[in-house]
Design a protein around this ligand. Structure first.
Ligand code: APR
Length: 170
C-alpha cells in the first residue's frame, strides 16, 4: 500500500504522531538541532533508554543509516525512532546512507506497529546535506519503501525547506 506523504512547516516536537524520528548522532546521547529539541521536550526518560541501548546492543553507538526506537517520554508520540544521517562531504557523499535512514526508520516503525511517522529533514542541518538533494532522497525512498505505515509527515523547520519538499510532493 502506498504511504500518504504530508508536509508540515513547524517544530517536530509539537507533532502528534505514533512515532517521531530523531536526527541523532551515533552516540545516541543527545546534541543540538532536532536531537536537542527532542531530548529537551521529551524529557530524561528518552536519554535513560538511549543509555541502556549504549550499554547493551549498541555498545559502539548507532551506525550511520541505522535506526532504533525508544520511548517518546513527554512528547505527543508513543516512540522516538533515532536514526543517524550521513555527514555531507563535498568529495561525494553516499546517498544510500541517507536513504537508509528513511528505510530503516520505516522498518522499525513497522516492527512497532506505528501508523503515523513524523520525519525531520535528516542530515540537512549540522550534517550540511544540501536541502534539495536530501529532500529528493527522502521522498523517493519513502515512496519506494513497502511499509504498513499510513502517513509519513515531513516536518520542516524553515520556510525554504518546506518549499523544497512541497515542489516534490505537490
Ligand atoms: N523540528 C523540525 N526540524 C528541525 C527542528 C525541530 N525542532 N530543529 C531543527 N530542525 C531541522 C533543521 O533546520 C534541519 O533542516 O532539522 C534538520 C536537521 O538538522 P539537525 O537537527 O542539525 O540534524 P542533522 O543535520 O541530521 O545533524 C545531526 O546534529 O543535533 C546534532 O546530535 C545531532 O550530531 C547530530 C547532528
Amino acid at each position: 500500500m502506498t504511504v500518504r506523504i504530508t508536509l508540515v512547516h513547524g517544530d517536530i516536537t509539537e507533532q502528534h504522531a505514533d512515532a517521531i524520528v530523531n536526527a541523532a548522532n551515533s552516540s545516541l546521547l543527545g546534541g543540538g538541532g532536532v536531537d536537542g529539541a527532542i531530548h529537551r521536550r521529551g524529557g530524561p526518560e528518552i536519554l535513560a533508554e538511549c543509555r541502556k541501548l549504549r550499554a547493551s546492543y549498541y555498545g559502539r553507538g548507532l551506525g550511520t543509516g541505522q535506526a532504533v526506537a525508544t520511548t517518546a517520554g513527554r512528547l505527543n508520540a508513543r516512540w522516538v525512532i533515532h536514526t543517524v544521517g550521513p555527514v555531507y562531504q563535498a568529495s561525494g557523499s553516499d546517498p544510500s546512507l541517507l536513504a537508509s535512514c528513511y528505510r530503516e526508520s520505516l522498518r522499525v516503525a513497522d516492527e512497532l506497529g506505528a501508523r503515523t511517522v513524523a520525519f525531520p529533514a535528516i542530515s540537512t542541518g549540522v550534517y550540511r546535506w544540501p536541502m534539495d538533494d536530501a529532500a529528493r532522497i527522502a521522498v523517493e525512498t519513502v515512496r519506494a519503501t513497502d511499509t504498513a505505515v499510513e502517513e509519513v509527515r515531513f516536518v520542516l523547520f524553515d520556510e525554504r525547506a518546506y518549499q523544497v519538499f512541497a515542489e516534490l510532493i505537490h
